[in-house]
Design a protein around this ligand. Sequence first.
Ligand code: PLP
Length: 390
Amino acid sequence: MDKFSFLDEELARLDSDGLLVNPRTVEGPLEAWVQIDGKNVLNMSTNNYLGFANHPQLKQAAQRAIDEYGVGPAAVRTLAGTNRLHLELEKRLAKFKCAEATLSFPSGCACNLAVISSLMGETDTIFSDELNHASIIDGCRLSRAKTVRYRHCDPAALDSQLHERRSGRRLIITDGVFSMDGDIAPLPEILEVAERHDAMLLVDDAHGEGVLGSHGRGIIDHFQLQGKVDIEVGTLSKAFGVVGGYVAGSERLIEYFRQKGRFFMFSSAVTPADTAACIAAVDVLESSDAPVKTLWNNTRYLKEKMRGLGFDMGKSQTPIIPLLIGDAKKAVQMSQRLFDEGIFAAPIAFPVVPRGTARIRVMISANHSISDLDFAVEVFRRLGQEFGLL
Ligand SMILES: *Cc1c(COP(=O)(O)O)cnc(C)c1O
């Protein structure tokens, strides 16, 4: 027994539970079809909703920014790492999201950690949807506030939890679109509860941006709640196709996060190239609603076919489609078989989703053509039968 033998034990345990993760290697640009582990497959695994990850206008903006500013910021934002482009992106995002101001972060994860931990402390209470993203859960832990998990998308349960805990600051947090189920938070009802109890409200719109609302402005636009939700966290790594995170809210809140947000103060920002590409993504979204419309046409088309075949897609209301399987090993096997047949769709298991709810997560993109989707439906039909899902 050496002092690291616990590593082998834990890895062996994960292996026997079917929970070892073996990421595949992407060998080319993210298009509908992508070269992965030496094979050309239909990509149904990435969050590249609008095809922006390899968009010519974004790439050109990134290349120009490298020529103009070089490759790295070489300091955290608060010391010397704030580039003119960061400020421009923040202005453009504020306008796009109809918020007073925004502040950008190295990632959506870092943003949640910073925002939650700077607002809340030991004597406060956070009310968090039980299926919220891991970075929200970690932000709650980092804040040391008491955290109450409320029943998934249940405003009545949230309301009664708020009745029970009245002391200190109170913050309600929900994902906008739940990343593993594809359902949409009942934000108007949650907002009503927040207002009734005078609690702060944070929505994490990582999977709503570029997807919901006019021109992909997100969940606030989808429900017409402009100016009503206190804090919105977003990511630039999904529909935006690049990398980075940001928080949107009042000038007052944003100034507070600028002074107190840990990962703004202690981690370097994304590069000039990333930032310029994100600005170009806002340009593209503002100038045309077409990619978002294509995304939704594709989503409706595939879901109708899959429903016709008899697949259980859970509560999905968005381009995130879970094919529920249950057993983690079976999900891994099915993903492998899909890959053999030309589809890259990742298996998702604990700890990303609760134990016993493993699934294949199918992600739709505006990049997919109708014939791509027809191809997918035919493969899903065959493997759905093979794995007893139909
Ligand atoms: C993906 C995701 C994040 C993290 O975003 P990154 O920019 O990849 O760090 C945060 N919240 C939710 C709900 C997400 O789905």
